[in-house]
Design a protein around this ligand. Structure first.
Ligand SMILES: *Cc1c(COP(=O)(O)O)cnc(C)c1O
Length: 369
């Protein structure tokens, strides 16, 4: 008899589906026989990392047979200096995805509730389910943003963890500081608030809350950030959590040893040291994002302003045929069916050249359908 593997999984895992990473560009190129692909499906940074990163990778390349520094001391000190915090307020992750899951594994017991908004980042539900927690998905506002009042109403004695991405992927929506503070003030005493700031470097600080500024007054707030987006190091897998030293100690108990690899730690420290590069990436990305938004609106499409390095467009009809036609023209965007948004696609604000390729292809596709 065939083994029923699902029955052998832990209860939380039985209900789980694996994270959907979108299309794999390498496979697609081979399937479609393409030499070039405009990859705007994964919110990567088309401008790449600082040149300082490549110089910093030379020395550790000669040390690959050694384990990395398990305490990631160099990177933690650099982060602490940059943000005016203490080294012991940082935990390093193999991407921030790992830290989002680690927080649930470390804090949530079976049956406890994990609150997150509808259209929130897909990892939140996976993390909650995997550890046997009860996911509580809170309906969004009419513009698909996280609804602060509905979030507060969902808080209760069983709430252990709350997730919010700010700005949020895939909607591009955000909360300002006053909204975040209002919700934090309503947080039940046994709950911890995880603020996923993967896109913080792209956001306008005048309108988007800064989680790090709120840390001193909110000990049960955790901020996660990443080197995958504005720092251009998605391939190396490096992220960090910033929290109260007590919570960091809990996470140090549960994280895998050496989860920040030798190359990633060196690259992260070098990337952090070149803030002029990050500022340039931010400015170019914002220009591309505005150009993309205007281009989509010029095609009479429903696309809204975003605080990330991407724009969500709603075709108000199934997006799959449009996405397939774009793919046939070697342009890749992210399908949104898994988010319950089958009429939408998410498009990365890459270089102006990439946006031109997307807009040209999209105009031709819409013309032909
Ligand atoms: C891209 C992204 C991350 C970053 O993931 P990494 O594991 O650090 O690459 C985290 N949260 C959101 C909302 C994202 O879009």
């Amino acid at each position: 008899m065939a083994t029923d593997w699902n029955a052998l999984a832990a209860p939380g895992v039985r209900k789980l589906t694996a994270y959907d990473p979108g299309h794999d560009p390498g496979t697609l190129k081979r399937q479609l026989g393409l030499t070039e692909l405009t990859e705007l499906g994964s919110n990567e940074n088309s401008f790449g990392p600082s040149p300082a990163v490549f110089r910093a990778l030379q020395a550790p390349l000669g040390e690959l047979y050694r384990y990395p520094d398990a305490g990631a001391r160099g990177l933690k000190s650099a982060l602490a200096r940059r943000y005016g915090l203490e080294d012991r307020q940082f935990v390093i992750g193999n991407g921030s995805h790992e830290l989002l899951v680690l927080l649930a594994e470390t804090l949530v017991a079976p049956g406890e509730e994990v609150v997150f908004p509808q259209y929130g980042f897909a990892v939140f539900k996976i993390a909650a389910t995997q550890c046997g927690g009860t996911p509580v998905e809170v309906p969004a506002t009419a513009d698909r943003g996280a609804d602060p009042d509905a979030m507060i109403a969902a808080f209760g004695p069983r709430t252990r963890l709350v997730y919010l991405a700010n700005p949020n992927n895939p909607t591009g929506t955000h909360w300002d500081a006053a909204t975040l503070q209002r919700v934090l003030a309503a947080l039940p005493p046994q709950a911890i608030f995880v603020l996923d700031e993967a896109y913080a470097e792209y956001a306008d600080p005048a309108v988007v809350a800064d989680g790090l500024a709120l840390l001193p007054s909110h000990p049960r707030l955790v901020v996660t950030r990443t080197f995958s987006k504005a720092y251009g190091l998605a391939g190396l897998r490096l992220g960090y959590a910033v929290a109260d030293p007590g919570l960091c100690q809990l996470l140090e108990r549960t994280r895998l040893s050496f989860n920040g690899n030798l190359l990633a730690l060196a690259a992260g420290e070098a990337a952090l040291g070149d803030q002029a590069w990050v500022a340039q990436v931010r400015d170019q990305t914002r220009a591309s994002r505005d150009y993309l938004l205007l281009g989509l609106q010029a095609l009479k499409l429903d696309a809204r302003a975003s605080q990330g390095n991407f724009v969500l467009v709603d075709f108000h009809r199934p997006a799959a045929p449009i996405e397939a036609a774009l793919m046939a023209r070697a342009v890749l965007v992210r399908p949104m069916g898994a988010y319950g948004l089958p009429t939408c696609s998410r498009i990365t604000a890459g270089t102006l050249r990439e946006i031109d390729a997307l807009l040209d292809a999209l105009a031709a596709v819409l013309d032909g359908q």
